[in-house]
Ligand binder design. Structure first.
Ligand code: CP
Ligand code: NVA
Length: 300
C-alpha cells in the first residue's frame, strides 16, 4: 500500500481531481466502497453539518462511522495525535478530524496509514469549500469565470474558499475590516495556487457585479469572547439587502452556516430569493460522499 492521500486543504486535490470529486458527489447510486469498513471522526469543536454529513455519507457508501469527541479521546491530553492516528488507521478506512490548531491535523496525517480529512481547523475548512463549489456549479451552471466575493472575517472558511476558487478559475474578491483581512502570508499562499485574487477595502465596491456573495460568522468557534469587539469592527460588513443589490442581478448568496442571524447577514438575505444556503448545506452530505468515494475508492 502506498502513501495515503490526505485532504487538509482544498489544493491537496489537483484541479482535475477537485472537479472529479464534484462529479462523484452528484452520483445517486455510488459504488459501495466502504462496505464492511469504518470511518473514524474526531471532533475537538462542536458541529452539526460536518458530523452528520460525514456520518451519513459513510453509511451511503456502505460503511460505518464512529464519532469521538475530544472529551473522550483527548487528542494530546489523554494520548498523542500520532498514537491516535496509528490506532484509528487500523480501525477505519479513513480518519476525519476537526481541530483547533491546524498543525494537529497535519500530525495526524503524518502518522496515519489511511487518508486523513481536515473537517475544519483554525486555518482551513476544505470540506466546506467542496459543497460551496458544487452549489455554485449547480446554481449558475458553470464555475470558470464566476466572480466570488467574500465579505467579512478572512478566516478558515474564507481561506479554503479562496484556494478552491483559485484552483478552478473563479476570480475571488475579499473585503474585510481593518485587522481582520488576510495576512501577507495568506495572500502569498492563495496567490501561489493561481487565479485572480483582489482585496477590496470597500464592501460595496467588492460586491459590485459579483456572481456569488459569501459570508461567514464574524467570530469563529473559540473566539466567542471577542464577540463585542468584533460586532463593532464588522458593522459596515453586514450582508443586507442593500449590499446584495450591488451584485449581479442573478447573483446567489452563500453562507457556510451556522449563521449568527442579524450579525453578518440579515434574515432578509439569508431567507431571500437569492439565498442558496440550504442547497449548500445539503451539498455538504453529497460532497462528503464524493470525497470519501475518491479517497477510499479511486484515490487509494
Ligand atoms: N459549516 C459547518 O462546518 O457546520 P458545522 O460546524 O455545523 O459542522
Ligand atoms: N469560521 C467558522 C466556521 C464554522 C463552520 C468557525 O470556525 O467557527
Amino acid at each position: 500500500m502506498g502513501t495515503p492521500r490526505h485532504v487538509l486543504e482544498v489544493d491537496d486535490l489537483s484541479p482535475d481531481e477537485l472537479r472529479h470529486v464534484l462529479d462523484l458527489s452528484e452520483l445517486t447510486d455510488p459504488p459501495q466502497v466502504l462496505a464492511g469498513r469504518g470511518v473514524v471522526l474526531l471532533f475537538e469543536k462542536p458541529s452539526a453539518r460536518t458530523r452528520a454529513s460525514m456520518e451519513l455519507a459513510t453509511i451511503q457508501l456502505g460503511g460505518h462511522p464512529v464519532t469521538l469527541r475530544h472529551e473522550e479521546v483527548g487528542i494530546d491530553t489523554r494520548e498523542s495525535a500520532e498514537d491516535l492516528a496509528r490506532l484509528f488507521s487500523g480501525y477505519g478506512a479513513a480518519i476525519g478530524a476537526r481541530v483547533f490548531e491546524h498543525h494537529k491535523v497535519e500530525r495526524l496525517a503524518a502518522a496515519a496509514s489511511v487518508p486523513v480529512v481536515n473537517l475544519l481547523s483554525d486555518e482551513a475548512h476544505p470540506v466546506q469549500t467542496l459543497a460551496d463549489l458544487l452549489t455554485i456549479r449547480q446554481s449558475l451552471g458553470r464555475l470558470e469565470g464566476v466572480v466570488v466575493t467574500y465579505v467579512g472575517d478572512a478566516n478558515n472558511v474564507a481561506r479554503s474558499l479562496a484556494i478552491g476558487c483559485a484552483s478552478l478559475g473563479l476570480p475571488f474578491r475579499v473585503t474585510s475590516p481593518p485587522g481582520f483581512a488576510f495576512s501577507d502570508e495568506d495572500l502569498d499562499r492563495i496567490g501561489a495556487v493561481g487565479g485572480t485574487l483582489e482585496v477590496v477595502d470597500d464592501p460595496v465596491r467588492a460586491v459590485t457585479g459579483a456572481d456569488v456573495v459569501y459570508t461567514d460568522a464574524w467570530y469563529s468557534m473559540g473566539q466567542e469572547a471577542e464577540r463585542a469587539a468584533r460586532l463593532d469592527a464588522f458593522a459596515g460588513w453586514r450582508v443586507d439587502e442593500a449590499l446584495l443589490s450591488a451584485a449581479a442581478t442573478d447573483a446567489v448568496f452563500l453562507h457556510c452556516l451556522p449563521a449568527h442571524r442579524g450579525e453578518e447577514a440579515t434574515d432578509g438575505v439569508l431567507d431571500g430569493p437569492q439565498s442558496r444556503i440550504w442547497p449548500q448545506a445539503h451539498n455538504r452530505m453529497h460532497t462528503a460522499r464524493g470525497l470519501l468515494s475518491f479517497l477510499v475508492g479511486e484515490g487509494s
